[in-house]
Ligand binder design. Structure first.
Ligand code: LYS
Length: 263
């Protein structure tokens, strides 16, 4: 009788442990650490502060990855290399203020949109450039391989010797400050923040909604990656939980228009 009791006890313990383990496996499964690549030269989205990658995108991807149940390692590889790394599946995904467009969709998969943007023109405060058309014959600095470059080429042709292309946007802005360019075309939030944070440089930002389209940023994945749907679902949860608004407010000091992103 005693033996039987001990056996039953063992059996019960075994069953409980086995069940416990299996539910733990489905609930808290060890997920691999994802490699996330970026070009940390695009404040306030992703940039270096004392060697550390910081910005809206960093807080956002941390929140989304946590929601999806992943740990991430964010690596600053630069703009052109990040496209290569994701295509070759050397990285799991990229976050870098990347506009979702048809051209990129041929090679990559994107999450649902998480930020609304448009190109704008950064010029010296005394510049007479007041629209995109006024850029004709002017030296324009852009980051290579961006929608800013595309927009300028759409207006003045791809073989435009006045177009100066740089590896990152900070170098394009340097060129403007050094007098080597008359304007920089880049994402509105980036040029607006730069002009605001550097009042001594006396710059202004020119908008042209006829020439520059609305664009949406997305997380960029290798084509066919199973992470796309997991991260899109996590983004929607971060929208709904109020976490997105919290992060947005911290970086931009205003409330986001989440409905426009969802539309
Ligand atoms: N949003 C633009 C694009 O995707 C500019 C991004 C630049 C990031 N460093 O082309």
């Amino acid at each position: 009788m005693k033996k039987f009791l001990v056996f039953t006890l063992f059996l019960a313990m075994f069953v409980m442990t086995a069940c416990g383990t299996s539910s733990e496996q489905t609930g808290g499964e060890e997920k691999k650490k994802l490699k996330v690549v970026t070009d940390a030269a695009y404040a306030p989205f992703e940039y270096l502060d004392k060697g550390e990658i910081v910005g809206f995108s960093v807080d956002f991807i941390e929140a989304v990855a946590a929601e999806a149940g992943y740990e991430i390692e964010l690596v600053n590889v630069g703009w052109d290399p990040l496209f290569v790394e994701v295509e070759d599946e050397l990285a799991d995904l990229a976050i870098s203020s990347i506009t979702i467009n048809d051209d990129r969709k041929q090679t990559y998969d994107f999450s649902v949109p998480y930020f609304l943007s448009t190109n704008k023109i950064l010029v010296p405060a005394d510049s007479d450039i007041a629209s995109a058309a006024d850029l004709e014959g002017k030296k324009v600095a852009v980051q290579n391989g961006t929608t800013g470059q595309e927009a300028v080429e759409a207006l003045f042709g791809a073989n435009n010797s006045n177009l100066k292309k740089f590896e990152n946007n900070n170098l394009a802005i340097m060129e403007l400050l050094a007098g080597g360019a008359d304007a920089v075309v880049a994402d509105n939030t980036v040029v607006e923040e730069y002009a605001k944070n550097n009042p001594n440089e006396s710059l202004k930002v020119v908008a042209d909604t006829d020439s520059f389209d609305a664009e949406f940023y997305g997380l960029m994945f290798p084509k066919g990656s199973p992470l796309v749907s997991e991260f899109s679902a996590a983004i929607n949860k971060v929208f709904e939980s109020g976490k997105y608004a919290e992060i947005y407010n911290e970086w931009f000091g205003s409330d986001p228009d989440i409905e426009t992103l969802k539309a």
